[in-house]
Design a protein. Structure first.
Length: 78
């Protein structure tokens, strides 16, 4: 009985996720940096105005989070 209920829960969960994707809903945790934030941070670093630690501090993030945002957008961290 419990296995049957679990299967129904899994099916309903997957159906809900599929429906959300069809409706172009974003799944998961929201991004900490917008695309504009990432572009501005990258510009500041590339122009030598600020370093990775300063940018991270400015946005109240860990430097690795900023680095991952650069990688996600295809930008190179200097």
């Amino acid at each position: 009985m419990a296995e049957f209920q679990r299967e129904i829960i899994v099916e309903n969960t997957m159906a809900g996720i599929d429906a959300a994707r069809r409706n172009c809903k974003t799944l998961g945790r929201p991004r900490k940096l917008t695309l504009d934030d990432v572009a501005e941070a990258h510009r500041q670093i590339m122009q030598g105005h600020k370093g990775m630690n300063e940018i991270a501090s400015l946005f109240d993030l860990h430097p690795k989070t900023v680095e991952r945002a650069f990688e996600r957008e295809g930008l190179e961290a200097a």
